[in-house]
Design a protein around this ligand. Structure first.
Ligand SMILES: Nc1ncnc2c1ncn2[C@@H]1O[C@H](COP(=O)(O)OP(=O)(O)OP(=O)(O)O)[C@@H](O)[C@H]1O
Length: 576
């Protein structure tokens, strides 16, 4: 947790003032029994009315001041914790965004979500309580023991023993609890993963009648968290009663010893009342301290998980060169590229080489799992090639700044994702300053005019989360339009028209060719019709390039391509 102290920068005044005001409140609290003792031993014993009234007024004044400083401390603590939480979450989110897909795969998406949301909140809550109690509780506890010694040595010793026993219990709990809380947060990751998977795949779940099985599996994960929470809860539930028991034993000893001493004249009645008050204060503060330690154990487990994310530096260093398609160099080139996903047994791509000239078109075809999307991911530099070099404009993509690479190369993926807002706000993800005309042109090229027209508000029509108020084909066309707004020099369509009928798909390809003059277009598809007119077609089979050429050349020389064509086209259609 200490490592996260940088998020307190700029709030050092509150960091000092909050615990200081709490201390002041505690100091006043410690003085109250001494004043009370005076009232009993002097004021009441001598029936001195003015003395009692004066000290009564003093107690009221101390109460008012204590209330004011406590309110101020509370204000500073809340402000401090809220600023800390906001800065931490912002930075954590930014850091997660800077990680490569490989890093995100390794840390786990669900786990990252829990860390950015729940874990950061736990740390914020822990910090809030820390500043409230870190000085106050130990101060009151230690102060009560010292004050008790000050009043009477024997009584002070009894209180000290009770406090030390309670403190040992609290520390023992902290050691066990931190590990348990880490386990609980890990379990919550699993619950979140199952929740999002099932919510996003509700339709599939129902179609395959997997509700019962998935509910059972979810219950299993939730129950594992419950068991750890219950056992940790049982443990933490013991902390307060044990602390109370230890201190109350001290109180019994104190009353017994105190009674004897009052009888022999070693202690006044007022001093005994003050001592009882100190024991009570120590008890209350020790219980608060125990709860603070429970909260800090939780916060420290969460802080460690957050620090793990910060310790993951992006596995891909950003390049320094600006991407530009130089004349003469191919727009895109794969030079003997192989790639395997982290933790995967084999290669997803093996020794793949090809070049696409500036303004040229490439079709990529192959069976499912043959490595087509992986090829697009390497070109976007979502992952780095394990062997070989991927080049854009003649430069190794690892040497290009990520921003400029993605300015030049744009990808439309099959699972077109839209974000809640309006159609226009989604399209402007492509280019923030795009004019209405730019948006309209892109919509027309993407064959999405009917999608916009169907909305009463046209381009201002609303888009729900993930674009779920649109059909798959409508989402795909809007996603294409969004990319076209950017007017990319290299456009990759990865199964981006899989939900479109053949006629719309053909119109879309023709429009892109017509309106995006000069752009290099890579079309990835399982449909021969989508790639057959490309300048070259790359055929992938099990991650290997088994053919590269025009439709006619491949028909004549590539058995895999011929097989794909046979499964989709009649002999006549294939030759046409
Ligand atoms: N994130 C990942 N982690 C591990 N393996 C992966 C990952 N993504 C894909 N793979 C594996 O890499 C191989 C190639 O996958 P890829 O998605 O590139 O195939 P594809 O040709 O696009 O398939 P499809 O046409 O079904 O979309 C497959 O064996 C797949 O299981």
């Amino acid at each position: 947790m200490f490592k996260l102290r940088r998020y307190l920068a700029g709030h050092y005044v509150e960091c000092v003032l909050a615990p200081l005001f709490k201390m002041l409140e505690a100091l006043l609290q410690l003085l109250v029994p001494l004043v009370m003792a005076q009232v009993i031993d002097v004021g009441i014993a001598r029936a001195d009315r003015p003395f009692i009234l004066w000290h009564g007024g003093l107690l009221v004044a101390m109460g008012v001041i204590a209330w004011v400083v406590a309110a101020l401390a509370q204000y500073f603590c809340s402000k401090l914790a809220a600023s800390f939480g906001t800065a931490l979450r912002d930075d954590l989110f930014r850091h997660v965004m800077s990680l490569s897909r490989e890093d995100v795969d390794r840390l786990g998406r669900a786990s990252l979500t829990t860390r950015v949301t729940n874990d950061s909140q736990q740390v914020q809550d822990g910090l809030n309580m820390f500043f409230r109690l870190v000085l106050r509780s130990p101060f009151v506890t230690v102060g009560s023991v010292i004050a008790a010694f000050f009043v009477n040595g024997i009584e002070g010793t009894a209180l000290l023993v009770a406090v030390l026993v309670s403190f040992a219990l609290v520390l023992g709990f902290m050691r066990v609890a931190t590990a348990r809380y880490r386990q609980i947060q890990g379990g919550l990751d699993d619950v979140l993963l199952r929740t999002t998977e099932n919510l996003e795949g509700t339709r599939v779940l129902r179609a395959f009648r997997r509700e019962a099985a998935e509910s059972e599996s979810f219950s299993g994960a939730a129950d594992a968290v419950r068991r750890t929470q219950v056992s940790t809860g049982d443990l933490s539930a013991l902390v307060s009663p044990l602390t109370y028991t230890a201190i109350n034993c001290g109180l019994i000893a104190l009353l017994w010893l105190g009674g004897v001493q009052v009888n022999v004249g070693g202690l006044t009645q007022g001093q005994l009342v003050a001592l009882v008050s100190y024991v009570t204060q120590a008890l209350v503060e020790l219980v608060k301290l125990a709860n603070l330690i429970i909260l800090l154990s939780k916060a420290s487990a969460c802080a460690r998980r957050i620090n793990e994310v910060f310790a993951t530096s992006p596995s891909q260093a950003d390049g320094t060169k600006s991407a530009a398609l130089a004349a003469g160099a191919p727009a895109v080139a794969f030079d003997d590229v192989s790639f395997s996903y982290p933790g995967a047994g084999g290669h997803a791509l093996t020794h793949v080489s090809f070049e696409v000239a500036r303004g040229g078109t490439l079709g990529v075809i192959g069976g499912t799992g043959s490595g087509k999307s992986t090829l697009a991911s390497l070109l976007m530099r979502f992952y780095d090639a394990t062997e070989g070099v991927v080049r854009v404009g003649g430069t190794d993509v690892r040497h290009l700044t990520r921003q400029s690479l993605r300015q030049v190369v744009s990808l439309v993926e099959q699972g077109a994702t839209l974000f809640s807002g309006t159609i226009a706000s989604n399209l402007r993800w492509g280019r923030a300053d795009a004019s209405e005309q730019d948006l309209a042109d892109s919509v027309a090229t993407a064959q999405a005019q009917d999608v916009v027209d169907a909305k009463e508000d046209g381009l201002e029509g609303s888009v729900e989360q993930f674009g779920r108020n649109f059909s798959g084909g409508q989402r795909q066309r809007l996603a294409v339009a969004r990319t076209l707004v950017r007017a990319p020099e290299v456009l990759i369509l990865d199964d981006a028209s899989s939900a479109l009928d053949f006629a719309t798909d053909a119109r879309l390809r023709r429009a892109i060719h017509r309106d995006l003059g000069g752009a290099t277009v890579i079309t990835i598809s399982q449909r021969v019709a989508s790639v057959r007119h490309a300048d070259q077609i790359l055929v992938l089979d099990g991650g290997r390039a088994c053919g590269l050429g025009t439709h006619e050349e491949l028909l004549a020389g590539c058995a895999v391509y011929r097989e794909i064509c046979d499964s989709q086209l009649t002999g006549e259609e294939a030759r046409r």
